[in-house]
Design a binder for this molecule. Sequence first.
Ligand SMILES: C[S@@+](CC[C@H](N)C(=O)[O-])C[C@H]1O[C@@H](n2cnc3c(N)ncnc32)[C@H](O)[C@@H]1O
Ligand code: SF4
Ligand code: SF4
Length: 464
Amino acid sequence: MSASCSSGQSGPSVDTHPCFSKDAHHKYARMHLAVAPACNIQCNYCNRKYDCANESRPGVVSELLTPQQAVEKVRAVKAKIPQLTVVGIAGPGDPLANPARTFETCERIAAEFPELQLCLSTNGLTLPQHVERIKALNVHHVTITINALDPEVGAKVYPWIFHNNRRIRGKKAAAILIRNQFKGLEMLVERGVLVKVNSVMIPGMNEDHLLEVNKVVSEKGAFLHNIMPLISAPEHGTYFGLMGQRNPEDGELEALRARCAGDVELMTHCRQCRADAVGMLGEDRNAEFTMDKIAPSAPFFAPAAKNIIPIQLSSSSVSERTPAANEEATHEPRRVKGAVTRRLAVTSKSGTHLDQHFGHAERFLVYDASPHGVTFVEERNAQQYCFGDDHCGDKESALSLALKTLTDCEAILCERIGFMPWQSLEQQGIQPINRFAGEAIENALMSYCAEQPEASASGVACVR
Ligand SMILES: C[S@@+](CC[C@H](N)C(=O)[O-])C[C@H]1O[C@@H](n2cnc3c(N)ncnc32)[C@H](O)[C@@H]1O
Ligand code: SF4
Ligand code: SF4
C-alpha cells in the first residue's frame, strides 16, 4: 500500500514498514520484543508459551525480556540487520496489561534509536487510559484486536476480562472490552496515531459479524484491517482447540475479505508472527539473538527460588474437606504485606512437577502463591473421574465432587485437561491452565502469579 491512508488518516509514513507497504516488505525488517507476559483478558484461542523454540504462532516466545534486555537485543539486531525499521511489542500477553515494562521499553528505544518506528499490539481493554502516553512517546501505530461489535458474539470469544481489579465474565465483560476498544480507536485517530485493526476469523462464530466490524472500524478511521485466520489445534491446549473449533478452510478467508464493504484497506500478507519474531517478513531469525548469545554473562531473571517454602506431603496434610463454610470461598486474590497472594491448585503425580492430566488426579495440591514465593496449604482428595474408556462411570457427579473441593481456588494448573472439565471449571470461575505442563510446581505457580495484571502493575520484573 502507499503512504497515504485510505481512511484519510494523516500522520506518520508507512513506506518503510514491512507489514504495511508491499514495496517495503522485501526491503525492511521488523522485530517483536517479548517484554509483556501478562494479559488482562482471556481469548478462547490463546495459549501463551514462554520458552518455546518450535511453534510459530502468536503468543509464543523463546524467552521473556526485561526492558533493559530488550534494548540490548535491539542493539544486537540492528548491528546485524541494518534494514531494521520497526520495533513492536505484541506480547506474548498484552502490552497494556504490562504498562510499566512496555513504556519503559518504548522510552529506552526512543532515546537510543529515534529512527526506529515503534508499534504496539493490544486487545484495547485499557487503551483509553494509555492513549496520551502512547501519543507522547510518538508510537508510530497501534494494532487493536477487535473480534466482535456485539457482546453476545464477544462472550463466545472472551470468557473473562480483568477490569478495575475484578474478574468479569460473559456479555458484561465483552461489552466493557468492546466499548474500550472503540473508545481507544477514536482517541488515537483524533490524535493522529495510525490504527490497524486485527480480527480473527472464527468459522461459525464471527465471520458474518466481521463484515459489520469492517464497516465500523472503517468509519472510525482505522487505516488497515487485518482479518486473520484462527489458528486452532487440540495440542495448543486452548479452549477452542479442545472443543474442536475448526480453522477457516481454503478460500473462506478470501471470500470473507471479498465481501467486506468498508473503505479501509485490507491487509493480506500478515504472517501471524511469534511475539519475538526478528527479520524480514516470512523469516524468523530470533534464534540468532537469544540473550545467551548476545549477552552471555548477564544474569537472567528467575523467580526468587530462595523464597520457596519446601513442600512436605504428609498424611496429616491430606484433606477430605471442601473449604469450610466460615472460610472465605473466593477466587479474588488477597494482598498480604503488599504482595498479591492467590490460592491455586495443581495436579501432580510426582508431587514436584505438573505431570498429571486433570482427569487422572486423585488429589489436588493446594497452594498460596505470589510472584515471590509459594506456600503449600494442603492436599485435598479428588475423586478421579476418568479411568479410560472402559471404566468411566458417573463422570459428571465425580467431576462435580472434584470441583467442590476447589471452590476457593482461582486457577488449577495441570499437565492436560479435557473439554468437559475445562468448561465446568470455567463456569465455576476457576481458570484451567495447562501452559506450564511439565514444569516444576513452584516455578509454574510463581510464573502464573507474575503474569497476572496486578503483579505487573506492582512492578514485578519478569517471569521465566
Ligand atoms: C498474541 S496477541 C498479543 C497482542 C494482544 N494481546 C492482542 O491480543 O492483540 C497478537 C495477535 O495474535 C492473535 N492471536 C493470538 N492467538 C491466535 C490464534 N490462535 N489464532 C489467530 N490469531 C491469534 C491475537 O488475536 C492478536 O491479534
Ligand atoms: S488479548 Fe492477546 S495475549 Fe491476551 S489472551 Fe487474547 S490473544 Fe492472548
Ligand atoms: S504479525 Fe503481521 S502485522 Fe505483525 S509483524 Fe507479523 S506480519 Fe507484521
